[in-house]
Design a protein around this ligand. Structure first.
Ligand code: DGP
Length: 113
């Protein structure tokens, strides 16, 4: 059995505040939100990080279907939002299962920390 926390959330072995699910993706609220809307979009299959994502259909599904749908559902599609994919140690990735942060509901600043 996988020890990966996001695999466990995807498999419903661990509870999460789920906002979206389909056959290949789950999305749930971040435990440590950085904005009024902070959702993690996660492929159900284990992919360690964006450099390991070799499934073009899954990539297209996430960015052309899931992101717009969730952004509209949580009401940030018009106001704007930020997508973040932390990758590796210097990228600030703490969970080694690919996840796209969808963050919105407040004005973002740049550069990121
Ligand atoms: P990153 O630093 O990009 O790897 O982001 C990991 C995020 O995952 C971080 O913002 C906190 C969140 N997180 C970690 N464990 C859990 C969990 O068990 N449940 C939920 N909902 N979020 C988690």
């Amino acid at each position: 059995m996988s020890e990966c926390i996001f695999c466990k959330i995807a498999n419903k072995e661990i509870n999460s505040n789920l906002v979206y699910e389909d056959e290949s993706v789950v999305a749930f609220r971040d435990l440590n939100p950085q904005a009024p809307q902070h959702i993690l979009i996660v492929p159900k299959k284990h992919v360690a990080n964006i450099t390991e994502l070799d499934d073009k259909n899954l990539a297209a599904h996430i960015f052309t279907e899931v992101v717009p749908k969730i952004a509209a559902e949580v009401g940030v599609d018009k106001s704007g939002f930020r997508l973040v994919i932390n990758t590796g140690e210097e990228g600030g990735q703490t969970v080694n299962h690919l996840h796209v942060h969808l963050i919105g509901g407040r004005k973002m600043t740049w550069p990121p920390g």
